[in-house]
Every structure is written in C-alpha cells, then in structure tokens.
Design a protein around this ligand. Sequence first.
Ligand code: CMC
Length: 428
Amino acid sequence: MSKTATLTVDGNSYELPIIEGSENELAINISKLRGASGLITIDPGFKNTGSTRSGITFLNGEEGILRYRGYSIEDLAEKSSFLEVAYLLIYGALPTQAEFSSFQEQITHHTLVHEDIKKILDGFPSEAHPMGVMSSLVTAQTAFYPESLDPNRSWDAVNLSIIRILAKMPTFAAWAYKNEIGHPVNYPDNRLNYTENFLKMMFALPAAEYEVDPIVADALDKLLILHADHEQNCSTATVRVVGSSQASLYASLSAGINALWGPLHGGANQAVIEMLEMIKADGGNIEKYIAKAKDKDDPFRLMGFGHRVYKNFDPRARIIKKAADDVLGKLGVDDPVLEIAKKIEEVALEDEYFVQRSLYPNVDFYSGIIYRAMGIPTEMFTVMFALGRLPGWIAQWKEMRENGEPIGRPRQVYTGSTLRDYVDINNR
Ligand code: CMC
C-alpha cells in the first residue's frame, strides 16, 4: 500500500501522498495541497523542496554518495572519459563502441564555430570576465541557429543542438581566454580528443609547436567528469526553470552559466585560490582566517568549505585531493598554496565551529590548485566548471522536456503593505 502523510491545520486534516524514489527516498507530494486547503509551503533556498523526479544523478549527502545513472563517481573518475560520461548522462546508458565512435565523430564534426563569433568577441573589452563572454556566446547560438528557438522541433533537431553546443563549448572557452589576453584564436584540431583539443586551443601559440601533455589532459578529463552533474543545484535548477518556459536549449544553458558564476556556486574555485593567495600574502596566518570565518560580524567565509547537501564529506573532494597531490607531483610543481590548503583543512576539521555545522572541504577546495598547475588562469576556473557541467545541464534540460514538466513558477507569502490609497505627488 502506498504511504501517505496527514497534515492537520485548524482541525482540518489533509491526506498527502508520499512518493518513493528508487533509493527509498521519501517525499510528501504537496502539489494538490493548495487546491484542497488554500495552504502553500515555504522553504527559502528550496533547502527541503524536491522540484522534480529525476533519473539522472543520485546523491546522498549524509553518506557522501554520488552516482551518475547508477554508476559511482569513483568508478567513472577512474575508468571512464569525460565524453563517455557526457553520453551516459544525456542518453541514459554507457555507449557501445559503435555508439561512442559515432558520438565522438559527430562532436568532432561540429567543433568549428561561425567566423562571425569573432566579431562578437571583438566587441568585448579585454577585462571582460570569461563567464560573461561564455554566457553571451552560448545565447548567441540562437542567432546562428534560429531554428533552435522552435519548442516543437523533432528529436533529431534537438539532438543536433545538443551535439553542436557540446562541440563548440571548448572552442568558446578557449577563444574567450585568447580574447582576454589579446592573442589570435586557435582553430579546433579534429585529430585530437575533446580535452586535448581544448588544451591546444587554449595554449598553442602562433608558429610554435604545441604538444598536449598527457598528464594535464588526463587530469583535466577527470576534473570535468567530477563536475559533470550534481542533481538540482543552483545552476541546474536554473536551466530547468528557464527551459520550462520553452526557452531554447541555448538560452537555458546560458542562464545556467550565469547562475554558476556566483562565488557561492561555481565561482568558489576562483574564490578559493584568491583566498589562499591572500592568506599567503598575509604571512600564512591560518588561525587568523579561521577566526574570521567563525566571526558572525565578519562577512569572510572559508571558500571551498561547506556544501548544501554534503554533510559528512564531498566524495568529489576526496578524489580531487588525491589528484592534486598526484598531478602536482608528476608535473613537478611545488605550489605553496597547496600546503596552506592542507593546513586549513587540518585545522578546520578539528575545529568545533566547522564540526558542529558539518563543514567539510568541497570539490572546489582543491580543483583550483590543479587548474593552476595546468597553467589555467584563475578567472578561467569557473569556465572549466561550466565546461564540465555542460552535459549535466543538457541531460536535465532534456529530461525536463521529455517529462513534459509544467512551467516553473513558485508561490510566495506576501509581507508588504495591505491596500492603501494612492497619494498625489504634491501631497506626499
Ligand atoms: N565558512 C564559514 N562558515 C560557513 C561556511 C564557510 N564556508 N559555510 C557555511 N558556514 C556556516 C554559516 O555561517 C551557517 O552558520 P550559522 O548556522 O551559525 O548561521 C552554517 O554554516 C550553515 O550555512 P548556510 O549558509 O546556511 O548553508 P547553505 O547550505 O545555505 O550554504 C554554501 C552552502 C556552499 C553556500 C556555504 O557553505 C558556503 O558559502 N560555502 C563557501 C562557498 C563555496 O565553497 N561554495 C562552493 C560549493 S561546492 C561547488 C558547487 O557545487 O557549487
């Protein structure tokens, strides 16, 4: 028999169905509550609100579990490739060799972007943050492919939009960087795989040989896998809500990029390095900054610490911490901020304040250190996160459309003035 919950308000009882997920998660379905009772529920920041039923990513924050389509993040990070994970997230199953070859071939075929993209890039001052450039270039795809605006397109047409954006995103990212530093852009090299091609477009200089370092390419691939999806986080929820109005895939993804940009979400990786640099420049006084983070009158937070859903440990952070040691060792990079990061982690994990609030290092505490060792500049870190999260956003957008989900439109509890008379401007 299916479970129900009973809500009693002012002596009236309402029976609410309980939905059960495949990992035995329970949720009270309140979708008909307002019709029956006039009541709504309120939950700022949606901390305890499920917005959808999803078959893409399973996350258990208490036990530190993260799985894409049932496969553990540990397995995927060790054995898979980013492009294979992208296929898994978007199409729901690991590809056969033939499916993967065809997918890879289609992506390779679409890496080139329209030459007029350069004119758009030219319009940006070099100080432009690359996340702003990225979101603009992704929205600009609607101008180059106006048929993508039609919400009633065939599945094949939607799939072509998906392939196009997966293929072009590394080109946009590398070009945003080249524009920032005033260098000529590099065109995609279709002999290389997804990650290698991106690295070459980022770092190759005119009239100079460029060899992709396999250690760097492997590490980047792993980082992209770790960021590929994370169920209903701020940017993904944004993509789904924007897409629920039947806005195009490109417009929805662009909104996701903007949501990711903030320092409390994807912008944290940039903020972590800036914080570690600041602590280093200030003499490496870790205790001082731990005290600042604990002081409620001080806006300073320990960036890279805490997570909305992980309350024990972030499984991605474990993989990344190990990778940081490994990559820096292999590349022979001795970065003093890695030592500061490790010390902060050590001190915070023993500190009452952090323990009581279940604040642990998150995925971005160490990712910036690896990006830096690869030569990726700080302001590009969040772009790297966006590159990784792209297949997750696409998969979630596609699922939302396939489920025929209604337009996202929350309610509110109004706390403003009650009705009052208009007063003429001369009498105020
Ligand atoms: N440093 C100091 N105190 C903190 C921190 C921190 N990094 N994070 C949370 N707290 C405190 C917070 O002040 C509050 O204390 P109190 O209960 O005394 O008021 C308590 O812990 C709960 O915090 P919250 O802000 O209510 O928790 P949240 O679930 O709304 O926020 C968070 C989660 C990630 C926004 C937050 O922990 C944070 O700001 N962390 C730093 C930014 C960061 O690293 N973000 C990246 C997240 S991982 C990448 C991603 O998936 O986006």
